[in-house]
Design a protein around this ligand. Structure first.
Ligand SMILES: Nc1ncnc2c1ncn2[C@@H]1O[C@H](COP(=O)(O)OP(=O)(O)OP(=O)(O)O)[C@@H](O)[C@H]1O
Ligand SMILES: [Mg+2]
Length: 367
């Protein structure tokens, strides 16, 4: 799939912009704080309905304006898809696909697939388990919109159950309905995650081997909070889930929070048997993330049937020459957007790209 162009109106530091993209490689070049990441962010928002920057929707509207518009023109399996986000001060955002308003944000997922790689992604490896869960949740949602719905339901139940647990007079019987629902949705989520991580680990191992010239063996393991094994079916997982709920009741009541379920899952990365989070060098951690990102691309292609769009924010300069080349050489059939402060920083041998110079919310196209 490709994005043919974008239109922005009063979005961040862009007043009005209409831009056509190259079908293979687009370079956004400019000094700091000019609007490079903002442009990648606009593309990302059209895919996932929200920013990767943890901002509120309202902050996307130009600070001096009341309304903002982001529109992308996507070509997917030879079909034209127009995605539009309308943001208004003090109102909920609206999303339209081919001029039809969506009732739920989840309906947007699957129209445009993107993989983003930014320096922030190091968090996936370096920080706590919630970063790893966020990473897989975003990915699975893009591939299976049903997963997004399951997560929403699960989180609502979790919130209610936690509220109840904070109530001093709560008895096991009061929790029964919530336990049943938590374990039903939770089991479905666990199965999605198990399948996803299984595929990710196979691809990740392969990618990592290629990038490190077979020196490193990357393993990715799903460390489910419910202690499931590979072959368990949904009935067995749910039984385990309910048994665990029973076993932690006293502690849950004491602490006032739900202690079992996929919201406490962990994903472990090891290189040559050593935990990357604890023992990995900076370079190994970075390479692990690169392997993950390249795996994501292949995974999405496997599921969706087409390559996603790749967004690389400020990452090229952080990779050594071998890895930069590896990345560029492996992106031939993937529409890629790269931000950089240095003009033509890599060894671009062919003319198959478009350079967009960005200055103060304006884009100038010339090579
Ligand atoms: N809602 C908004 N209204 C107006 N301007 C905004 C808004 N949000 C962000 N900006 C401006 O956008 C600019 C930052 O843009 P962006 O993050 O895209 O920079 P960049 O080109 O990626 O820079 P760097 O190279 O430092 O990453 C800042 O000058 C910021 O003030
Ligand atoms: Mg930036």
């Amino acid at each position: 799939m490709i994005i043919e162009g974008i239109r922005l109106l009063n979005y961040r530091n862009y007043e009005e912009l209409e831009l056509k993209f190259h079908s293979n490689l687009n370079l956004f070049v400019g000094e700091n704080a000019q609007g490079k990441t903002n442009l990648l962010e606009a593309i990302y928002i059209c895919a996932l309905g929200k920013s990767f920057r943890n901002n509120k929707d309202q902050e996307l509207i130009n600070i001096n304006k009341n309304q903002s518009l982001i529109k992308t023109f996507v070509k997917k399996r030879n079909r034209d898809i127009k995605i539009e986000l309308i943001l208004q001060k003090d109102e909920k955002k609206r999303i339209k696909v081919n001029d039809v308003s969506l009732n739920k944000y989840g309906e947007l997922l699957g129209n445009l697939n993107v993989v983003l790689f930014s320096p922030e992604d190091l968090k996936i490896v370096k920080e706590g388990p919630s970063e790893r869960r966020k990473f897989i949740d975003n990915d699975i949602s893009q591939i299976s919109p049903k997963y997004y719905y399951l997560m929403n339901q699960y989180n609502k139940i979790l919130l209610q159950r936690n509220k109840l647990l904070k109530n001093k007079g709560v008895k096991p019987i009061d929790l029964q309905v919530w336990n049943e629902q938590l374990s039903s949705y939770g089991t479905e989520i666990i199965i999605y995650r198990r399948n996803f991580i299984k595929k990710l680990s196979l691809l990740g191992k392969l990618m990592h081997r290629k990038i490190t010239e077979s020196k490193e063996n990357l393993e990715i393991k799903y460390d489910s909070n419910i202690n499931i094994n590979e072959n368990m079916n949904s009935i067995q997982i749910k039984e385990r889930f309910l048994a665990k709920i029973d076993s932690v009741y006293v502690e849950e009541k004491y602490r006032g929070i739900t202690l079992c379920g996929p919201h406490r899952d962990e994903i472990k990365f090891t290189i040559n048997g050593m935990d990357v989070k604890k023992f990995g060098s900076q370079g190994q951690q970075r390479t692990t993330v690169l392997s993950l990102k390249l795996s994501e691309i292949e995974l999405i292609r496997g599921e969706v049937g087409e390559y996603p769009i790749l967004l690389l924010d400020d990452v090229m300069s952080e990779l050594d020459e071998f890895r930069q080349k590896y990345l560029l050489n492996n992106l031939k059939n993937i529409q890629t957007f790269i931000t950089t402060t240095v003009i033509n920083p890599f060894d671009l041998k062919n003319d198959n790209y478009k350079l967009h110079r960005i200055a103060n919310g304006n884009v100038y196209n010339n090579k």
